[in-house]
Design a protein around this ligand. Structure first.
Ligand code: NAD
Length: 296
């Protein structure tokens, strides 16, 4: 069994670390937040006071953070103290350029490295059913696979360094657009006197079917586990969705791709978090969309 350190013990990092404990690994962890460290400790994670302490001598280091610069900072410190030839895995959703820089830091230090962002939310992280989208060399993928298979259900090797992030950013552009589309359909149903349950029963068995409807339904009722039934507590916070849509638009500019709906979705999420959406689940965009009619 490996010695593994998890850096970033938030909504996603803690269930990942907890599942690594359940799989029998020796698991250390660090988060800048004392509250998060305490929560992770209750799942059997040996919490450290700093990155270097958590990373010292580990076989594998996993980061689950919010931004590219944090990943680069943590990897820069960790690779100097990990076991020689160890593996660094970043599961955060960050920009492709930062991800590639992180890979070169690991490479220069003689470590194997993967970008392995995830899809499936807190529910999937807890249940161990995440999809991992992985970028990096074949040898690193082979080294990381046994751990990733304990943490997720589907592990896709997407290509070289940064390819996992590219796949994740495209996926989340679909999700952001879909969440707005599903929310608009429920608002239209309200206007037409159609019940939420009736729309759900039809669309979830028809061509409108999608994750934003069937798993993360933005109205209370049809899907008991969705954030809409818990006052839109995240889950996946709206500011993280805004960040991912921002990343999609940076990538679209860089790649010369036309993404008009991605652009519109990004602008709507920015407006939502600029109003009162920060700290609210991304499904809460339906409440923001409902206020737009007052602006006409
Ligand atoms: P979160 O804010 O709950 O967790 C991030 C944690 O990182 C926080 O606890 C924060 O204190 C800690 N942190 C920040 N900088 C740090 C540093 N330098 N050293 C140590 N700890 C640090 O966010 P989350 O929901 O767990 O998401 C993490 C990543 O996973 C994001 O990139 C997000 O886009 C992605 N993601 C989230 C979900 C979801 O449903 N929440 C789903 C898929 C992907």
């Amino acid at each position: 069994m490996a010695i593994i350190a998890f850096i970033g013990l938030g909504n996603m990092g803690t269930p990942l670390a907890a599942n690594a404990v359940k799989a029998g690994h020796t698991v250390r962890g660090y988060d800048i937040s004392a509250e998060r460290r305490d929560a992770a400790a209750s799942h059997g994670v040996a919490v450290s006071r700093e990155v270097a302490e958590a990373a010292a001598g580990v076989d594998i280091l996993v980061t689950m953070l919010n931004a590219g610069p944090s990943v680069i900072e943590v990897w820069s410190r960790a690779v100097t103290v990990m076991k020689a030839g160890g593996l660094v895995i970043d599961c955060s959703t960050i920009d492709v350029e930062s991800s590639r820089r992180a890979h070169s830091i690991a490479h220069e230090a003689g470590m194997l490295s993967l970008d392995a962002p995830v899809s499936g939310g807190v529910e999937g992280a807890t249940a161990g059913t995440l999809t991992f989208m992985v970028g990096g060399e074949a040898a690193a993928f082979e080294a990381g696979l046994p751990l990733l298979e304990k943490l997720g259900r589907r592990i896709v090797h997407c290509g070289e360094a940064g390819a996992g992030e590219a796949a994740k950013i495209c996926n989340n552009m679909i999700l952001g657009i879909n969440m707005i589309a599903v929310s608009e359909a429920f608002l239209l149903a309200d206007g037409l006197g159609l019940s939420h349950q009736a729309l759900f029963d039809v669309a979830s068995n028809a061509s409108g079917q999608c994750y934003a409807l069937t798993t993360h339904c933005p109205v209370p009722g049809p899907v008991p586990t969705s954030a809409a039934n818990h006052d839109y507590r995240p889950g996946f916070a709206a500011e993280l969705m805004a960040k991912d849509l921002r990343l999609s638009q940076e990538c679209a500019r860089f790649a010369g791709a036309e993404t008009p709906l991605g652009h519109a979705a990004s602008a709507l999420y920015e407006r939502f978090i600029g109003k009162d959406g920060r700290g609210v689940d991304y499904a809460g965009i339906i409440r923001f969309l409902a206020t737009l009619k007052d602006e006409v």
